[in-house]
Design a protein around this ligand. Structure first.
Ligand code: GDP
Length: 297
């Protein structure tokens, strides 16, 4: 069944944090995500991540890992939350130091606070002559958001998403924040998590990027994702490399679902295919009935 299985404390292991990047338009969210994607080389592998699958995992030189949701902006964050999905552990809020704390910055801050997600500020574009990081920190202080180098508790780091200055240190601060959260998962159970994005690929059929939040997903598992289901035929990581398993906090794109679930849909692995199909069919039926009702009203 799809009831929540409570894990025994002794089965839990530390998992990597899942990070979302938010902030005002043009403050450098995409640039930061691109820089991290390109520069972070997973141990033993050469070359950056070239695929865009909606999420990617990175590993620092010291072996510590983290996963990034690769859709900047809080639209994706709020859309997921609206569907009941709590995916983000830590929010990086990017603020351009040549600008100001803007309306979307404030929105991002309130979204993170409402979700109880700790914030790490990335004070960006410090390579620019016109940048003034202290002005931003002063503004934040006036909003009751005191950053660390101003004697507060909120982590912040001056960066340039363009040159990469400070990005490594920013990620180290994210990991520090993750340690405080003591994020845990049980890798030895059937997988559960959230759909990040899904689309129909001409040659491969439905491709769904999912984020495993608990358990380990394996090839051959029967997955129920929103109103869709199917047996996992293949899995690929953010490098397009085939993988056989995906543990907690790992994003993977999977093949084998009978449709494209929506971003924010929860997924879980069920014991048998029949049950997964039945629940998906019932949900689809319910959805059709609800759509008809909304059209009538
Ligand atoms: P987004 O809308 O928040 O995703 O912002 P983008 O990443 O698209 O960046 C907006 C503009 O600012 C682009 O022209 C970037 O090249 C530029 N930009 C982003 N980060 C930096 C930075 O650290 N330094 C400088 N000089 N420009 C930057």
């Amino acid at each position: 069944s799809i009831e929540e299985v409570i894990d025994a404390p002794e089965d839990l292991q530390t998992r990597a944090p899942i990070v979302t990047v938010m902030g005002h338009v043009d403050h450098g969210k995409t640039s930061l995500l691109d820089y991290i994607r390109k520069e972070n080389v997973i141990a033993g592998e050469s070359g950056g991540i070239t695929q865009h699958i909606g999420a990617y995992g990175v590993q620092l030189e010291n072996g510590q890992k983290m996963a990034f949701l690769d859709t900047p902006g809080h639209e994706a964050f709020t859309a997921m939350r609206a569907r009941g999905a709590q995916v983000t552990d830590i929010a990086i809020i990017v603020i351009a130091a040549d600008d100001d704390v803007m309306p979307q910055t404030k929105e991002a801050i309130s979204h993170a606070q409402a979700a109880g997600v700790p914030i790490v500020f990335a004070i960006n574009k410090v390579d620019k002559q016109t940048s003034n990081p202290d002005k931003i920190k002063e503004k934040l202080a006036s909003m009751n958001l005191l950053v660390e180098d101003w004697g507060g508790k909120i982590q912040s780091h001056d960066i340039s998403a363009k040159t990469g200055l400070g990005v490594k240190e920013l990620l180290e601060k994210v990991l520090l924040e993750a340690e405080i959260l003591e994020l845990k998962a049980n890798p030895d159970r059937m997988a559960a998590g959230t759909v990040v994005e899904a689309f129909l690929d001409k040659g491969r059929g439905y491709v769904s990027t999912i984020l495993v939040q608990n358990g380990t997903l394996k090839i051959g598992d029967y997955v129920l994702a929103g109103r869709n289901s199917g047996k996992v035929k293949a899995m690929q990581d953010e490098r397009g490399k085939n993988v056989k398993e995906a543990g907690p906090s790992t994003p993977v794109s999977i093949l084998g679902l009978d449709g494209a679930p929506q971003a924010g849909d929860k997924f879980s692995v069920l014991e048998d295919e029949r049950e997964a199909k039945d629940i998906a069919a019932k949900r689809a039926q319910l959805h059709r009935e609800q759509s008809v009702r909304t059209q009538r009203h």
